[in-house]
Design a protein around this ligand. Sequence first.
Ligand code: SF4
Length: 173
Amino acid sequence: MFPENIQIETTTLCSNGCIMCPYKFVSRPKFMPMRLIDKIIDECSGKNVTIIPHQMGDPLSNDRIINILKKCKDKKLEILMSASGLLLEKEKASESVNIGVDIINISLDSLNKEIYEKIRNISFNKIMKNIRDLLSLKKHRLKYGFRLLIFSSIKLQEMNLLIIGNRGLIMYR
Ligand code: SF4
């Protein structure tokens, strides 16, 4: 039996400082060797697998991530990319989407700016801009579609405030 989901810790690097995250204490190498990543992708080829290119760290901190995503799609593997959202600026976001990343997952802990920034140490306004830019990508001609998952404990009513005016599909929990 082959696993349905495979997480590849492409990097342990991250430029954020979320209060709950122990990534700074991880003593593993900062980057997984490319030959090992290639081997995993090759072994997944032809299987019904979703590749999740992160464990600890932000996958977009890795300069090789676009290359890695392309290799996964060349092997027709589904990709679920979790990212802090901070590095998902327009260029990187559209590049990831156009490669065919199937699901982009952003953790949005609160719609309260102060609480969010206390937890994540990231500019709330910047994250909201990046989410809106991602949603606006759906209005443009894309080679592939994608799903945006927002993992959060915020209430449905608050979420409606967030997506109002956008046609993006958002799933939440
Ligand atoms: S974005 Fe992820 S890896 Fe980076 S500090 Fe936050 S929880 Fe940790």
